[in-house]
Design a protein around this ligand. Structure first.
Ligand code: MD3
Ligand code: FE
Length: 211
């Protein structure tokens, strides 16, 4: 028989970057319900970069701290600046999935304080950047893709390194550790489509140990 899937749905997409294909599928309904609960308290909003540009990605957070940007810079904040109150707690299903995925990729004991929830609609993109607002790059970042598929751009340690395209589908989990932790990356403009669970949207959960 032809084996159509890689062993255990696991694929090394770069040095230290492990794609766990479909790893979130068993939790898809719980994850999407939890996103709704979070957004009811801390709504999605398009933040402004320090340079004064409004991002096309809409964001919210859960956990002890959340990633925010405004004219004064990027930071992790215990409070939602829009509501002035703490971010919603991290749901158990989020924390458990992030911890288990990290362990499967070789990072035992991953206990993220922060989960950034990104929402994409057709045309939404995220330009090439590094995640450098955390204190300790020895911890991986774990990302979970839900809804419409996206083309992820995976670059190198220099902005000028040509990125490779990685398709990310509903249910995919990626653990970005080791040398990939500081790789430049972005997301190409979302193509229009219809997903049975999210309609014309893509969500991405990004778990980080921020403190
Ligand atoms: C590689 N989010 O929020 S997830 C971000 O799909 C972000 O919303 C994208 O980049 C999204 O910062 C990409 C994949 C990802 C997340 C963090 C990384 C890849 C990464 C950190 C280091 C290297
Ligand atoms: Fe990023």
């Amino acid at each position: 028989m032809l084996d159509l899937f890689p062993p255990e749905g696991r694929q090394e997409i770069g040095e230290g970057a492990v794609l766990l294909h479909g790893r979130a599928l068993a939790h898809q309904h719980a994850l999407l319900a939890a996103i709704e609960t979070i957004a009811a308290r801390s709504p999605f909003r398009r933040m402004v970069t320090p340079g004064g540009f409004q991002m096309s990605v809409a964001m919210t957070n859960c956990g002890r701290v959340g990633w925010v940007t405004d004219r004064s810079g990027y930071r992790y904040d215990p409070n939602d600046p829009e509501t002035g109150t703490p971010w919603p707690d991290m749901p158990e299903v989020f924390a458990t999935l992030a911890r288990e995925a990290a362990r499967e990729a070789g990072f035992d004991g991953f206990a993220p304080e922060a989960c950034l929830v990104n929402r994409y609609e057709p045309g939404t993109r995220l330009s090439l950047h590094q995640d450098k607002d955390e204190r300790n790059y020895a911890h991986p970042v774990v990302s979970v893709s839900l809804g419409l598929p996206a083309t992820f751009q995976f670059g190198g340690l220099k902005r000028s390194d040509r990125p490779t395209k990685v398709p990310l589908q509903h249910g995919d989990v990626v653990v970005w550790g080791g040398p990939s932790r500081l790789a430049f990356h972005g997301v190409a403009a979302l193509k229009d489509g219809e997903h049975p669970l999210t309609g014309r949207r893509r969500y991405n959960l990004t778990f980080r140990k921020a403190l």
